[in-house]
Design a protein around this ligand. Structure first.
Ligand code: NAD
Length: 294
């Protein structure tokens, strides 16, 4: 297929590479030249504007940081929805506010363009391995059109509901992840402060009732696991500021529905505090530094 891909960061870069490896013809765009260069080396064609990536393609995928970037890309006088062909299927995989996803999808539908929200879970390792979970909001027919392309980047594809529903599910998942990561970091530090080795304690908890994804696959304590950001000075991975953004989206959703989210609210404050100390661009597992003298 001819595919346009916009946003080649920690996630978009490896996702786009998997599409090239699957034999698709990719036109790619990012504001950062080195991100584009890495895709060109993998076999994609570079274009110089987002509009160039969006014309003459069967599928257009965007993977941008936040709501304002996605609205800025698609809406307004110079927005892509003004020029995208009606035959092009648009897939936005960024994690953004559900209202934003609905707003952009509604504007697309008004122009006769089909669009789905398809945020992902699985982290940078899942993006590189092509094992992401896609959480789709939009109509079923659109999802079925998208499925073969999504299957080249992920192994689990869920239909959460109508436009925006993918984002709601993703926000709930990430609120839970933040709570688990902060809780795991707190527990490991308690053990270390009381004389335990962080790896020994992590091994014990992984086989006990405290077991969770953060401990098992993304341990926040340096040296416990190889190939995770904690063992690489918290570089790469999923940024603290992106997690803080997702927790903010969870708080907005909670306010709108008068939902009670005490654990998520505390996690948001911890991540905001951690970011304010200058850690915004580190991986989110660096929340360990809030508890430990690393
Ligand atoms: P990132 O900051 O590494 O990458 C975003 C990319 O978008 C950057 O390369 C940036 O230059 C580019 N960009 C921004 N505005 C642009 C524009 N107008 N046109 C073209 N390119 C533009 O972020 P990421 O970690 O890849 O995350 C992307 C999205 O995926 C976020 O919404 C994030 O919350 C979500 N997410 C991230 C992870 C993770 O582990 N990193 C996991 C799941 C979901």
């Amino acid at each position: 297929m001819k595919i346009g891909f916009i946003g080649l960061g920690h996630m978009g870069g490896p996702m786009a590479k998997n599409l090239v490896a699957a034999g698709h013809e990719l036109k790619v765009f990012d504001l950062v030249p080195s991100a584009v260069q890495s895709l060109v080396e993998a076999g994609a064609s570079a274009v110089s504007t987002a509009s160039d990536a969006a014309v003459d393609v069967e599928v257009l995928i965007s993977m941008l940081p936040a709501s304002q970037h996605v609205e800025g890309l698609y809406l307004g006088e110079s927005g892509l929805l003004g020029s995208i062909n009606q035959q092009t299927l648009v897939i936005d995989s960024s994690t953004i506010a559900p209202e934003s996803a609905r707003k952009v999808a509604t504007a697309a539908i008004e122009k006769g363009i089909t669009m789905i929200d398809a945020p992902v879970s699985g982290g940078t390792a899942g993006a590189a391995a092509g094992t992401l979970t896609f959480i789709v909001g939009g109509d079923n027919k659109a999802l079925e059109r998208a499925r073969p392309v999504l299957e080249n980047m992920g192994k689990n594809i869920f239909h959460a509901g109508d436009s925006g529903a993918g984002q709601v599910a993703k926000i709930c998942n990430n609120m839970m992840l933040a709570v688990l990561m902060a809780g795991s970091a707190e527990a490991i530090q308690l053990g270390v402060a009381n004389g335990l080795d962080a790896k020994v304690l992590s091994d014990i908890m992984q086989k006990s009732s405290g077991r969770n994804w953060a401990l098992e696959l993304y341990n926040p304590y340096p040296g416990v696991m190889e190939s995770v950001p904690a063992s690489n000075d918290y570089q790469g991975g999923f940024g603290v500021d992106l997690m803080a953004k997702d927790l903010g989206l969870a708080m907005e959703a909670a306010l709108q529905t008068r939902s009670s989210t005490p654990m998520g609210t505390l996690a948001r404050s911890l991540y905001a505090m951690h970011s304010a100390k200058g850690n915004g661009s580190l991986d989110f597992s660096s929340i360990q530094k809030l508890f430990s003298d690393l």
